[in-house]
Design a protein around this ligand. Structure first.
Ligand code: GDP
Length: 445
């Protein structure tokens, strides 16, 4: 995410960290580079100017320059100000406090990811035990209605049976009546978009807004379009009064400009970010977590949440019991842990959440385990007998050959896996010794 910006800020920070004594000139130099990095990332120039000024004022304060680690202090200020820029620790959750069915309307340009985000949002709400109704109200793009119906089927969420021949306002009225009669909690309206802001479309959206009085009007912004997304958001906000933003395609090579400027320019918070085409690729937005990721500090909280969401309690219980009884972590456990990790998402996205890991992986280029490699590891373990999985020390030369053949891999790969496994085993033993308290300390430090 935002790779160029991350790299540039990393360079600035490296220099800052190395400085024992800090002067106003050092700060000025560093901030000049921060400014350039932000401008290059397509952040609105006024936003950049204000940002740099705020950091400068705080950084040249005497307590910073005279502190023991002034470089570190400046880094902290940049971090904190970036968080504030994107909304600080504001509560960005959806406002659903109204008589059901609560209306949520998604608006934005064509191709921004509205229809996909409707599906993702419905899935998110369903997981919160809500009963959402999806309503296609885009009668202009020929495939839009069908696209939402397909998503609804995949998610097992009802989609209102809109017809392309109907007027959007009529669809919305009927859908509202239907949802009221059938006990839906939330209605998500997928509205039409154009390639640019268009008067006729805006009038139509205003009509829908006036009729439905949506609790949330979410502008769907394509992060890849940088400042353009911010300008369009402003246009929609002026006409419709949006309540928040869903920033999509953050998984691509967006530079960061939209994410960093949209709140400052429109005054409206980012509520969700889209991180892929799949329907579970939607995260609730947290400014501090995004900044940590941009600054290569990882995002342990998201990692923990993802782990909790996919966490198999029975498996954890089984492992815990087993460790208690025999103190052993064997290849079977190793494999089941790998499977749990795989459930959490693509390996790369998980690695980026671990502090320092994203950067380390970039430096190792090619050394990181790929999805393909994970599959091969599983194949190797599958080719072992139960006895071998329980006690890897019996795996001698001839067994290694058999396993390699059976899994369609090579002896080298089998050797490598066993080496990695013994390393993992050591780590697990250490963690066990530390106990839960020690573990938390290890994570914080
Ligand atoms: P709409 O015209 O605004 O309804 O846009 P769609 O929902 O049809 O999305 C347009 C394209 O963007 C589709 O190919 C989606 O799969 C893709 N898309 C939507 N959200 C994301 C996202 O968060 N990440 C990525 N990589 N692609 C996305």
């Amino acid at each position: 995410m935002f790779a160029t910006l991350s790299d540039k800020l990393d360079l600035v920070f490296k220099k800052l960290r190395g400085q024992g004594v800090m002067t106003e000139d050092n700060v000025k130099d560093a901030l000049r580079e921060v400014r350039l990095a932000l401008l290059e990332a397509d952040v609105n120039f006024k936003v950049v100017k204000d940002f740099v000024e705020k950091v400068r004022t705080r950084a040249v304060g005497t307590e910073v320059l005279q502190s023991l680690a002034p470089g570190q202090q400046v880094i902290k200020i940049v971090h904190d100000e970036l968080v504030l820029l994107m909304g600080g620790s504001e509560d960005n959750s959806l406002d659903l406090a109204a008589k059901p069915p609560v209306a949520i309307m998604l608006v934005g340009l064509q191709g921004a990811g509205k229809t996909t985000s409707c599906g993702k949002l419905a899935k998110y709400l369903k997981a919160q035990r809500k009963k959402p109704l999806l309503v296609p109200a885009d009668v202009y793009r020929p495939a839009a209605i069908e696209q939402l119906k397909v998503l609804g089927r995949q998610l097992d969420i009802e989609v209102f049976n809109s017809l392309a021949s109907q007027k959007p306002l009529d669809i919305c009225r009927e859908a509202h009546r239907y949802a009221t009669l059938n006990g839906f909690d939330v209605i998500i309206y997928d509205t039409a978009g154009r390639h640019q802001i268009d008067d006729y479309l805006m009038e139509e959206l205003e009509g829908i807004r006036d009729e439905l009085a949506p609790r949330e009007t979410l502008f769907v912004a394509d992060a890849m379009t940088g400042q353009e997304a911010v300008n369009v958001a402003q246009g929609f906000n002026d006409r419709l009064g949006i309540t928040g933003v869903i920033l999509t395609k953050l998984d691509g090579d967006a530079k960061g400009g939209a994410a960093l400027s949209i709140k400052a320019v429109t005054g409206k918070p980012v509520k969700f970010v889209g991180l892929g085409e799949k329907l579970d690729a939607l995260d609730v937005f947290h400014a501090d977590r995004l900044v940590s990721r941009i600054l290569g500090m990882g995002d342990v909280l998201t990692l923990i949440e993802k782990a909790q969401a996919t966490f198999d309690e029975k498996e954890a219980e089984r492992l815990q019991q087993k460790m208690k009884k025999s103190g052993q972590f064997d290849l079977e456990d190793f494999r089941s842990q790998l499977q749990q990790i795989k459930k959490m998402g693509s390996l790369e996205s998980i690695m980026n959440l671990i502090p320092g890991m994203g950067k380390a992986m970039k430096q190792m280029q090619g050394a990181q385990p790929s999805e393909k490699e994970l599959k091969r590891i599983e194949a190797i373990i599958d080719s072992m007998t139960l006895k071998e999985r329980a006690n890897h020390t019996i795996i001698n030369g001839s067994r290694r050959l058999r396993i390699a053949k059976g899994s369609g891999t090579s002896i080298q790969e089998v050797n490598q896996l066993l080496k990695r496994f013994t390393e993992a085993q050591k780590v697990v033993k250490q963690l066990q010794k530390m106990g839960p308290k020690g573990l938390m300390k290890g994570m914080k430090g």
